[in-house]
Design a protein around this ligand. Structure first.
Ligand code: GMT
Length: 380
């Protein structure tokens, strides 16, 4: 198949899923064309079968807000025509599904078929999409999509409830490449790599996100402050975003700044995650929680919140621990309990990796997308 993929190229789960999907599809022999305003951040190097098409958004003094969604629709139609695309797959409904709808209409006027699939990821439904200025058009574009997928059952139910969407929605959960996201097998190599982040007897707690308010990065620092009072540890934060400064200030105010390390946006997350003992994901809401899945594949259990689709991923007590949002004391106690109980930690590490392999491996999930594309192309 020749597939066009549109996503946000910035640091975030929907862009990661879209990019990893494109890479996996290309590896299966499909032709993949990314269409976005800049190159998706995990798309490094030139993979066989993948092209990137930039969307130029020209400005004009009259435009206070240059209309990206229109430029995107034009580029989608162009790329589809020049490369004979079979379908478009857009990640995150706003505004991508609206642009795809326009591109489909533009090509229909020329007698060409260009079906599109919309994948719902999270705040396109739970937050931004609920804003009255976006809701009617988002609902319309979802309803009019040729196929719609959701990354969890939770998000599917929210879409039906809050948007009144009546069309079918296929749940295709997020995935991880278990051959890339994996534990470091050689204990000596892992120990040596850990020494770059922490002392020999120190635990490593990690956080990975785009530091938006929904991620509650300040809670991460508060949880760590309680943990480090009890045992030697370091906190490593990967990513960047609006709440980084608040988290940095808090670490200073609590006098733990020397043990809190902000590494910024890293591409090669799979090299960092296996070095951690625990991932902290105290989010206000996650419709899935891709970072926790990537950690599980690396044998790193998460201390997370019982919100949205997280319980569909993390089996509380078996592959991680779940707590109410904002319950910092409980999350710190949970982390301490795990760090002090080697046998329980080991069991959780093993169970996490097994779950990632059995349910969420790209080799299982990507063929589900391919079957779904085929059903859309066959008009089913
Ligand atoms: O919905 C968002 O805020 C954006 C999106 C992103 O690009 O990070 O995150 C969502 O999609 C991820 C990939 O499917 C999920 O793992 C995240 O749980 C989800 N974020 C939220 O629901 C807050």
């Amino acid at each position: 198949m020749r597939i066009g993929i549109t996503c946000y190229p910035t640091y975030g789960g929907s862009g990661v899923v879209a990019t990893e999907l494109g890479i996996e599809l290309a590896a299966l022999g499909h032709e993949v064309h990314f269409i976005s305003y800049s190159q998706p951040f995990r798309l490094t190097g030139r993979d066989e079968g993948i092209s990137y098409h930039e969307v130029p958004v020209s400005s004009y003094p009259l435009f206070e807000f240059p209309p990206y969604d229109l430029a995107l629709a034009s580029r989608m139609a162009e790329v589809a025509e020049f490369n004979d695309l079979d379908l478009l797959h857009v990640h995150y409904a706003i505004p991508h599904s609206v642009s795809a709808l326009l591109a489909r209409q533009m090509l229909a006027a020329k007698g060409r078929r260009l079906p599109f699939v919309t994948t719902l990821h999270g705040t396109d439904i739970t937050l931004v999409g609920l804003d009255r200025s976006y809701l009617p058009i988002t609902r319309y574009a979802i309803q009019e999509s040729d196929g719609v997928t959701s990354i969890s059952h939770y998000l599917k139910e929210k879409t039906v409830q809050d948007f009144g969407v009546t069309r079918g929605i296929e749940v295709i959960e997020n995935f991880v490449n278990c051959d890339v996201y994996m534990p470091i097998k050689d204990d000596a190599a892992r120990a040596a790599a850990r020494l770059r982040l922490a002392g020999q007897d120190e635990a490593i707690l990690m956080h990975l996100s785009n530091f938006r308010p929904v991620k509650r990065v300040v809670d991460v620092v508060r949880i760590f402050a309680q943990v480090v009072r009890e045992l030697p540890a370091q906190l490593v934060l990967v990513g960047d975003g609006p709440d980084r400064s608040a988290a940095e200030w808090l670490a200073h105010d609590l006098g733990i700044q020397a043990k809190v390390h902000f590494l910024g946006k890293l591409d090669r997350v799979h090299e960092m995650l296996p070095l951690a003992d625990i991932l902290l994901m105290p989010s206000e809401l996650e419709s899935f929680g891709l970072a926790a899945l990537e950690a599980m594949a690396c044998k790193v259990p998460s201390i997370a919140t019982r919100v949205g689709g997280v319980p569909e991923l993390i089996d509380d007590g078996l592959t991680g621990l779940l707590f109410p949002v904002g319950d910092i004391d409980a999350m710190a106690l949970g982390a301490l309990g795990l760090l002090k109980d080697r046998a329980r930690m080991e069991a959780m590490r093993e169970a996490g990796r097994k779950t990632a392999q059995k349910r969420f491996c790209s080799s299982l999930v990507v063929p589900h997308y391919v079957r779904y594309y085929e059903s859309v192309l066959n008009g089913r």
